[in-house]
Structures are given as structure tokens and as C-alpha cells.
Design a protein around this ligand. Structure first.
Ligand SMILES: Cc1cc2nc3c(=O)[nH]c(=O)nc-3n(C[C@H](O)[C@H](O)[C@H](O)COP(=O)(O)OP(=O)(O)OC[C@H]3O[C@@H](n4cnc5c(N)ncnc54)[C@H](O)[C@@H]3O)c2cc1C
Length: 387
């Protein structure tokens, strides 16, 4: 057997997506030696809707204003501030937000974060390194992360390795729960017609509930088009998401017109979404989990990039505190869980209730959209609640 190469670090981050790279950025200039172990190389894709929350500017700014300035220079994005909601009966209304989010392919966005983090002096990325094993010895205050040929030794491991997290599997073993998990598929299209300016569209189509079909505008006349639904419904109703997708763009009357001359670019691809509508174990002696590895996706909208970045930032800051106070215990690490849940839990639970309510009552969604599109007062109320 060949000898393993051994490397010593203070903090070992597994996964270099939005959670991992933001966590690394939060540790830039910390004086700590940080490894980011990533199984792919950049630029790389990740199946996603590519919609990025307005607040990520703030996340980067609170880490270092120069990172927010870098985002202002990042050109691979289409700004959006309006959400068009289309009910199953095809009635629609628009909600305009006070701040703009943006749509950017994950190839570009994740590469942007990687380029920002990988030039920091104390951060080293190990690309094409898939983590296979993690061992925590809290009595020695030591974590060992293994890839095929290398062992990384440190005091803290941070699992930012996504929905199928090996770190979660090896340390915590969160059991998937179909009531708190979604499945989704997406493809890129050129020349979809009728895309309104600065607007992302959510279509609640018949037979897909709770869930929705989306059209998100990208640069160069491209659009990210997809649909997703709660896994419990997919399983119970035996939903075939690929079939429903094809049916939507070819047979739903108001959509098929818009896809008549559209060209699919690449494959229709699917992936899972671990939802933040239940609490899971996110930390313990010498470890933390962030982003999808900690089930932090909004159960109504399916957004998880912002949550991944916020949790990555908190985990980075918590890791620094652990070293400052020489305390790596699970009890101390709970400060991290508290920050994350204080930020997201109330919103995720509220959105879970809405998801459950509209999921079971298509007529309710039709009614709300009818009323909102006709009644200025109700629309204003809704916009104030969502802004
Ligand atoms: C179809 C779909 C549509 C979505 N649409 C949106 C949307 O529009 N907006 C939004 O905000 N969110 C959306 N999401 C959710 C979003 O994609 C995730 O919440 C987000 O990617 C989480 O970021 P992360 O950094 O936690 O994980 P990831 O982005 O999954 O990054 C994990 C990283 O870890 C690496 N990795 C995995 N295993 C290993 C290993 N063993 N060793 C080393 N590295 C490893 C991976 O290569 C990857 O780079 C969508 C999800 C899906 C499936």
C-alpha cells in the first residue's frame, strides 16, 4: 500500500461551493492555516436555479468590504427585482422587491467565490480531492480528513460538501425525511420569448404541488428553466419530474407558445434539496456543518445559496473564536447553531406552513392570485410582508 501524504492545517473545510468558499473568506486574515478540499475543479457546474438573494452583498460586506466591491465588479449576472407569480389558472401578479437579487450560472458564481478565496494567503484549495473519510478524536482535539492519497490533520473540520455530504454521513448521519426534502430538474434554454425585464417567474402548474415551474433570465438570451416538488409528493403521487417538465413546455397553453422557438442547451438534470423546515444536528466536538450539508434550504422558494453563504460565514467566525478561546467542544460550537437558526428558523417554518397550505389547496392559490392581481390594497400588504 502506498504511503499517505500528510498535511497539517488548523481548519479543514470540505467542499468549495458557496458555503465552503464563504467560510474560507470569513477566515481570511485570521492567522489560521485553512485547507479547502474540493472533489471537482473550477469552473464547475452545480444543478441549480441560479437565483441569488439580494442579501449576499451584505454577507460579503460584513466579511470584508473589498469582497463586496469585487461583487459589484462581477459582470456575469442579470439583476432581478420582480417576481411574477402565475397561478394554475394562469392568472398572475408581480411582486417588486426593494432590493435586487440576481441570476448567475453556478459555473460563473461558484468560480467567482473560488477566485476570491483562493488568492488569500492563509487559504489553500486542494482541487480534484474527494473526501472519503473523516475521523474526530476529541480527546486529542484532532480531526483527520482523508482523500485517496492524502490525510489532512487539523483541529476543526467544517462540512460544506452539499446535499450528499460525506462529513454529515460519517459524523452525524442525518436521515433523509421526504417531508423535508425536495427534488428538482433544470435545463438551460435559448430564445424563450416573453421574459419580462428584471423578472423571475414562478408558475404553479396543475399536478405539481407543493412545487413550482420556474423561468429565470440569464445573460445572452439564455434562461434557466426548471421545476421542483416536495419529495413526499413525488413519492406518494409517483410524479415523474422530467415528464411533467416536458409536458409543461409542450402542452401548457400559455407556456408552449413561449417555448415554440426555444432551443435547449445541454441536458435536463436533477438534484436533491435538503430543506430547512426541520432542525438537524449542525455541530459537535471539533466540527460544524454548513449549507446543504446542514439542511438549510428555504422550504417554499428552494433558495439555499444565501443560506449556504451565511452559515459558511458564521462557521468561519466560530472557528476563529474556538482558536482564540482554545475551546473546540460541542457545547461551545452550539453558538454557531444559534446564530444560524436565529437567522433562518422562523422564516423557514413560516414558509413550510405556506408550502403545506398551498400544496394541498390549488383553489386557494388561484383565489389568492385572483384577489391580489385585482386588489391594490392586498397586493401592497403582500409586498410589505415579503420585502
Ligand atoms: C434544481 C435545483 C434548483 C435550485 N435553485 C436554487 C436557486 O435558484 N437559488 C438558490 O439560492 N438555491 C437553489 N438551489 C439550492 C442550492 O443549489 C444549494 O442550496 C446550494 O448549492 C448549497 O450550497 P453548498 O455550498 O452548501 O453546497 P454545494 O453548492 O452543493 O457545494 C458543495 C461542494 O462540495 C463538493 N463536494 C461534495 N462532496 C465532496 C467530497 N466528498 N469531497 C470534496 N468535495 C465534495 C462539491 O463538488 C461542491 O463543490 C437549487 C437546488 C437545486 C437542486
Amino acid at each position: 500500500m502506498s504511503e499517505r501524504n500528510e498535511k497539517l492545517f488548523d481548519v479543514i473545510i470540505c467542499g468549495g461551493g458557496p458555503a465552503g468558499s464563504t467560510c474560507a473568506l470569513a477566515l481570511a486574515d485570521s492567522g489560521l492555516k485553512v485547507a479547502v478540499i474540493e472533489k471537482q475543479k473550477f469552473p464547475r457546474d452545480k444543478v441549480c436555479g441560479d437565483a441569488i438573494a439580494a442579501y449576499v452583498h451584505k454577507v460579503l460586506n460584513t466579511i470584508n468590504p473589498k469582497f463586496k466591491d469585487a461583487l459589484s465588479e462581477f459582470k456575469e449576472k442579470v439583476m432581478v427585482d420582480t417576481c411574477r407569480i402565475v397561478a394554475p389558472n394562469a392568472n398572475a401578479f408581480d411582486i417588486t422587491f426593494s432590493q435586487s437579487g440576481f441570476i448567475s450560472t453556478r459555473v460563473s458564481w461558484d468560480n467567482f467565490l473560488y477566485e476570491l478565496a483562493s488568492v488569500q494567503n492563509n487559504i489553500t484549495y486542494f482541487l480534484n480531492h474527494a473526501v472519503t473519510e473523516v475521523i474526530i478524536d476529541s480527546t486529542k482535539c484532532e480531526t483527520i480528513v482523508q482523500t485517496e492519497h492524502t490525510s489532512f490533520k487539523g483541529k476543526i473540520v467544517i462540512g460544506c460538501d452539499g446535499a450528499h455530504s460525506i462529513i454529515n454521513k460519517k459524523i452525524v448521519g442525518t436521515k433523509p425525511d421526504l417531508n423535508h426534502y425536495s427534488g428538482a430538474v433544470r435545463a438551460y434554454y435559448k430564445n424563450v420569448t416573453g421574459i419580462p425585464d428584471r423578472t423571475f417567474e414562478l408558475h404553479f402548474i396543475k399536478g405539481l404541488s407543493p412545487g413550482y415551474f420556474w423561468i429565470f433570465p440569464l445573460k445572452d438570451n439564455l434562461a434557466n428553466v426548471g421545476l421542483g416538488a416536495l419529495s413526499a409528493s413525488i413519492s406518494k403521487q409517483k410524479l415523474n419530474l422530467r415528464k411533467i417538465f416536458e409536458d409543461a413546455i409542450h402542452n401548457v397553453s400559455y407556456l408552449k407558445e413561449r417555448f415554440k422557438d426555444a432551443e435547449q442547451i445541454g441536458q435536463l438534470e436533477g438534484f436533491g434539496l435538503p430543506l430547512g423546515s426541520r432542525k438537524v444536528v449542525m455541530s459537535g466536538d471539533n466540527f460544524m456543518l454548513c449549507g446543504d450539508a446542514a439542511s438549510l434550504i428555504d422550504p417554499l422558494s428552494g433558495e439555499g445559496i444565501g443560506q449556504a453563504m451565511v452559515s459558511g460565514r458564521y462557521a468561519g467566525w466560530q472557528a476563529k473564536k474556538c482558536f482564540d478561546q482554545n475551546n473546540f467542544t460541542g457545547t461551545f460550537m452550539k453558538q454557531y447553531d444559534k446564530l444560524v437558526y436565529d437567522k433562518f428558523w422562523a422564516r423557514h417554518r413560516k414558509n413550510y406552513l405556506i408550502q403545506q397550505m398551498i400544496g394541498k389547496r390549488e383553489w386557494l392559490l388561484n383565489g389568492v392570485v385572483n384577489l391580489t392581481s385585482r386588489n391594490r390594497f392586498i397586493k401592497d400588504l403582500l409586498m410589505r410582508a415579503l420585502n
